[in-house]
Design a protein around this ligand. Structure first.
Ligand code: GLC
Length: 569
């Protein structure tokens, strides 16, 4: 039985059991391996350095597999580990079928796959197929002339448009050799591949199959909404600076799904793997075209719940405080749209700020906030994605000057914000709040120098709270965020209600509380979180049942600052 039929069957069964509580069902029994356990995301450069060079490596990941297993994870998504000039920390790939020596060797990789498998964990690779590095041999050949075999492997034009790249500056770069411009949706050093060319698509599918042959458990597919370009390259409606974001002109254009169905046929079909696409701009209502048996991926990272911070478009015009009801609506829409399919739940990744800063007012207690988000992450319907350090409650950093930031996107956005009239202080404040480096500071393992991340000089400074906030300290504290994650993850993985129960949001209009239930047959669980820093009364008529998890020890008939509970109703 395929997944869709199965899940539909499970839902029908659940409905029958609801009508007749005597029917005992175990809908969770047939859930796929990648639905059953969380995925742990690793940013290898910042995870653990075993050689003293200041950057993490694959042997560091191997040495922490038991730690990852202790979180109940069934897969590890590694951000790109391929050879790369590292302009965008690996998202600029110069060889799709090798390992960057910075991270180790193919032997290390094979060992990682095998050691992980021995712990029932699969390794998931990041496919960056919208663009390559400008140092990839394909691009070097393509740019050499207008009539070489790879001449149209990239997007070349005689004229440029007013499009602005996602990292800032024109999306077109002049190439003297060809006397033409090439398109780059992201950094100048990340030229976009031409998916209209079947030879390009074949080469990319072959690369993915290379990793399947090495036993990987799936793929996260990067920036996939941009692979289809418009038939005509024309100027877009200009913003105040006279440019127009490339995103507005190229994201999720008609025809993209044809390419992706081909990818599914040529790479995924027939393998026991999962795929999760990264798709900024796909709306929850479009999810059925993208995921599930009739879509192309098993899951899709859409951005609606994290984009609530940017109601005014550009990131530096962010909302001081986002509206909780917008956040809840986005999650509820996604949960509804994936009722018959599956959803990847995430609040953090290598591109986002730390959630204890992102979703709570300044001054919120870090530990309460981290546990509150864990309760949502691990009780929504779908596969939870835990980003390295999220399980420790790591928080944002605030470097003194823009020069201290490595992130190519933060630097570009800082420049754009300055050009848009923000002072240095204002632009830096926005960088502190939103920089991707917030999530990329070294993992905090223990209280020794550099948090035990490296014996050398870390490539990015370690957060200065590392002496008190690290895995070793949390290991020995029964009430730590880490141990809370472990208990909650074990609970989630064994709970048929959390694995396959229906989702329902309650009290939507509250701008203070997020309350939802999960129900399967006659079993019902409820998660409630107070997003404010003050006491909030529970809504009239709402009865807290038996408390199973919470970030305060005792119980009250209201929710205290940042209090979260999971209860049985
Ligand atoms: C995705 C990645 C991000 C990268 C970009 C370009 O959004 O998550 O880190 O910079 O694509 O590849």
């Amino acid at each position: 039985m395929n997944r869709r039929t199965f899940i539909k069957g499970a839902i029908a069964l659940a409905a029958t059991a609801w009508a007749n509580p005597m029917i005992v069902i175990d809908a969770a029994e047939n859930i796929k391996w990648w639905q059953r356990k969380p995925v742990y995301q690793i940013y290898p450069k910042s995870f653990l350095d075993t050689t003293g060079k200041g950057t993490g490596d694959l042997r560091g990941v191997i040495s922490k597999l038991d730690y990852i297993k202790s979180l109940g994870a069934g897969a590890i998504w590694l951000t790109p580990i391929y050879p790369s000039p590292m302009v965008d920390n690996g998202y600029d790939i110069s060889d799709y079928t090798a390992i960057n020596p910075l991270f180790g060797t193919l032997d290390d990789f094979d060992e990682l796959v095998a050691e992980a498998k021995a712990r029932d964990i699969r390794i998931v690779m990041d496919l960056v197929f919208n663009h390559s590095s400008d140092q990839h041999p394909w691009f070097l050949e393509s740019k050499a002339s207008r009539d070489n075999p790879k001449a149209d492997w990239y997007i070349w034009r005689d004229e440029k448009t007013n499009w602005r790249s996602i990292f800032g500056g024109s999306a077109w770069q002049w190439c003297e050799e060809r006397r033409q411009y090439y398109l780059h949706t992201f950094a100048t050093q990340q030229p976009d591949l031409n998916w209209e060319n079947p030879a390009v698509r074949r080469a990319l599918y072959d690369a993915a199959n290379f990793w399947l042959d090495r036993g990987v458990g799936g793929f996260r597919i990067d920036a996939i909404v941009y692979i289809k370009k418009p038939a005509l390259f024309v100027d877009g409606k200009p913003d105040s600076d006279g440019t127009c974001s490339v995103h507005n002109m190229t994201a999720a254009l008609p025809g993209i799904l044809d390419f992706l169905h081909e990818f599914k046929r040529e790479v995924c079909d027939g393998h026991d793997i999962f795929t999760v696409g990264e798709a900024n701009s796909v709306k929850p209502e479009d999810l059925p075209y993208w995921v599930g048996e009739h879509g192309v991926f098993d899951m899709l990272f859409e951005f609606s719940h994290v984009n609530v911070m940017f109601p005014h478009g550009e990131v530096w015009h962010r909302a001081e405080l986002y509206k909780l009801s917008d956040f809840k609506q986005a999650l509820t829409d996604s949960q509804r749209a994936t009722r018959d399919t599956w959803y990847p739940i995430y609040f953090e990744n290598h591109d986002k700020p730390r959630s204890v800063n992102n979703f709570f007012p300044a001054g919120t207690d870090r530990i309460l906030a981290a546990k509150a988000m864990a309760m949502i992450l691990l009780t929504l319907r779908g596969t939870p994605f835990i980003y390295q350090g999220e399980e420790l409650g790591l928080s944002n950093v605030a470097f003194d000057s823009i020069d201290a930031y490595d992130d190519v996107s933060s630097r570009g956005q800082y420049d754009m914000a300055r050009a848009d009239g923000l002072s240095d202080k204002q632009a830096l404040r926005f960088v502190h709040r939103f920089s991707r480096d917030n999530a990329r500071t070294p993992m905090q393992w223990d209280s020794s120098s550099n948090a035990g991340f490296t014996s050398g000089k870390p490539w990015l400074p370690v957060h200065d709270d590392f002496k008190t906030c690290n895995a070793a300290v949390e290991e020995h504290d029964a009430n730590s965020v880490l141990n809370f994650y472990r208990r909650l993850s074990a609970f989630r993985n064994a709970s048929d209600v959390l694995l396959s129960g229906d989702y329902e949001e309650l009290y939507h209009d509250s701008e203070e509380l997020y309350i939802f239930t999960r129900r399967l047959g006659d079993k019902k669980l409820c998660t409630a979180v107070n997003f404010t820093t003050h006491d909030v009364k529970l809504p009239a008529g709402f009865k807290v049942g038996k408390k199973l998890f919470g970030n305060y020890r005792d119980e009250k008939n209201y929710l205290r600052a940042t209090e979260g509970i999971i209860c049985e109703l």
